[in-house]
Design a protein around this ligand. Structure first.
Ligand code: CO
Length: 150
């Protein structure tokens, strides 16, 4: 089921999200709904707080694949890149953001199994953007030149 994407100004986007503790059917439904919502919106990523659920779960949809990251934590971040980002919760805007160029995270999947992934370039950027959502941060907080996306 497609869910409504919360827009900037809603306090849920500013919450410190809680870790997922139950890898159950409720989580699976949320993730399935988030995937449908993300595909329909044609975004590169979506965090649970963006559909009003302040828990530590994000989706990333990049050329490397489609990923569900539950309770993701950075192991390391390296290098630097500057590039343009947008956000499904900040419609019609984009801006240049400085991010690490390469990151490693550990995370769990929807069943609670533990994995890690190393990402670089756009994939690393998407991970950084989505993980920021879990700490109540938006790219607009750090964008160098927030502007209309046209
Ligand atoms: Co976003």
């Amino acid at each position: 089921m497609v869910r409504e994407i919360v827009q900037i100004g809603d306090e849920v986007l500013r919450k410190q999200c809680e870790p997922v503790t139950r890898f159950d059917g409720e989580l699976a439904t949320l993730l399935d709904d988030m995937k449908e919502t993300l595909k329909k919106a044609e975004g590169a990523g979506l965090a649970a707080p963006q559909v009003g659920v302040p828990i530590r779960a994000v989706l990333v949809d990049v050329p490397e694949g489609f990923f569900e990251f539950i309770n993701p934590v950075f192991v390391w971040q390296k290098g630097e890149q500057v590039g343009t980002e947008g956000c499904l919760s900040v419609r019609g805007k984009c801006g240049r953001v400085r991010r690490p160029n390469k990151v490693k995270i550990v995370y769990r999947d929807r069943y609670g199994d533990r994995y890690s992934v190393v990402a670089h370039g756009w994939f690393a950027r998407a991970i950084c953007h989505e993980l920021d959502h879990l700490d109540g941060k938006l790219y607009t907080d750090i964008a160098e030149d927030l502007r209309n996306d046209d």
